[in-house]
Design a protein around this ligand. Sequence first.
Ligand code: HEM
Length: 452
Amino acid sequence: MDSDLLWLILAILVGAFCAGNLNRLRQQRKKKLNSLPPGDMGWPLIGCWGNRLDFSSHKFNIGNIWSFLRAFKSQNPESFIDNFKQRYGPAGIYRTNLFWKPSIIVCTPELYRKVLTDDDQFQLGRIEEIVIDAFEEWSEMKRRILFFPEVNKISFKVMMTIFLGSWTDNTVIASMEKYYTYVFAGLFCTPINVPGFAYNRAVKAREMLVKGIQGVLRERKQNGPNSRRGLVDFIREAEDENGEKLDDERVAIILLMFLITGRESSGRTAAWATVYLHDHPQVLQMAKEEQEEIIKRRPSSQKGLTLNEIKQMKYLSKVINETLRIRTNIFTLFREARKDSYLDGYFIPKGWKVLVWQSAVHMDPEIYSNPKQFLPSRWDDFIPKGGAFLPFGAGTRSCIGADLAKLEISIFLHYFILNYRLEQLNPGGPVNYLPSSPDPADNCPAKVIKIP
Ligand code: HEM
C-alpha cells in the first residue's frame, strides 16, 4: 500500500495528519515552535533526548503509540484523546508523535472538515487497483459469478492490503481468506470443539491464520524495512516504556477483529448498492451523470481518484446512505446495564441486555415515508433526528472504520457505474436475514458486463 494511503487511513482512524516538509520545518523551526498546538511528542527511544520537538530525530521516537494502543485495547479509544484534553485544554488540536510521525491531532468537527478538505494530493491507488482488477476478471469470465461473495473477496483484499501492506503476496492473501471464512462461520455456530464440526474447523483455521500472519512478519524481519508497509508493521514495532511489544498472536487478533467487523459489512453494502442501482435505472442514470461530471473536471495529468473527488460524490453518498438504511448491516446492537437504571421511566435491572434495534428505526414510516422504497432523494436536505440513522453505531463503541468503509464503497461504485453493468439471474429474489445481516438467499448469481 502507498505510504500516503496508509497515512490517510491512519488519519481517518485517529483524526491526525502528519507535518510535511521536514527540511523546511527545520529551517523555520525556531520561529514556529512557539506557535505549535499544545501537546507532547511522547517518549524518546534514542537520539532525541535534547529536544522532544527535534523533528529530524523523529524516527527514533516511539511517541505516544503505546498510550494509543492501550486505549484501543481497553475498548475505550476516546480515552487517548480525553487524556490530551485533560492535560492541554479543550482546544481540540494537539501535537504528538504517532507511528514515527510528528503529528497534529484534530478532534473538533470544524477542524476535522478543514483538514480533510485540504488534501488533494492523496492517491487511493492500491484500493483502485484491487477493484479494477476484480471487475476485469469478472467481465472476462463471461459467465455468472456469485456477486455477493465475490465483492466480499475484494473487501477482504482491501483490508489485508491496508493491514499487511501492498507488497503482500496475492497467494498469501488467498490462503488467509480461506481460513478467515472458516473463522467467520465459527462465530455463528454451536461451540462443539470436535473434529467434523464447524466450530472445530474455525478453531483450527484461527491457528492457521495466526501462523500465516506470523510468517508474513518473519519474512519482513528478514527482508528489512519496506516502504510499502502496512498498519501491522507500525503496531508490532511499537514498544511501551518497558520495551515491551505486542506479540504476533495479539497482532493477529487485532487483524482478525478488523476483518470480522469490517469485511462483510463493507462488501455487503457495496454489493447491495450495486443491486439497488441496477433495479432503479433512473437512480443509476443520476449516479452515472455525477461520476461522469467528476471525470470531466479532472486535470488530464491526473490518474485515478482523489479524496476531494470522493467528497464531491454527493448523490452517490445518498445512494450509500439509503443502502445502509434499507439494508441495515447489524439489525441490533447490544449493551448491558451495569447497574439498576431507568430508561424512559422504565426500570432496567442490572445485568439485563439492552438491544438497540436499528433496523426497526430505519424502517419506521414516521421517520422515513414509504420506508421499503429505495429512494436516495429522500436524503436531499434531510438530516434525521438524533438516533434515527446510526448505521455505524454511536458512543464509545461506534465504528472506527466508518470512513474507510465509505471510501472503499465509493471507489467500488465509481468504477462499476462508469464501466460495467450487472445482469442478475433472479432480481428481487428472497433475502436471508440470519445469522446476522441481510444477504440474498442465492448469493446473487449475476454476469458483470463491460460497457463498450
Ligand atoms: C458499511 C460498513 C460498516 C458498517 C455498517 C459498520 C457498522 C458498525 C457498527 C454498527 C458498530 C458498532 C457496534 C456496537 O455499537 O456494538 C461497529 C463497530 C466497529 N467497527 Fe464497523 N462497520 C463497518 C465497517 C467497518 C470497517 C471497514 C472496519 C475496519 C477498519 C470496522 C471496524 C469496526 C470496529 C473495530 C468496531 C468496534 C469498535 C469498538 O467496539 O470500540 N467497521 N461497526
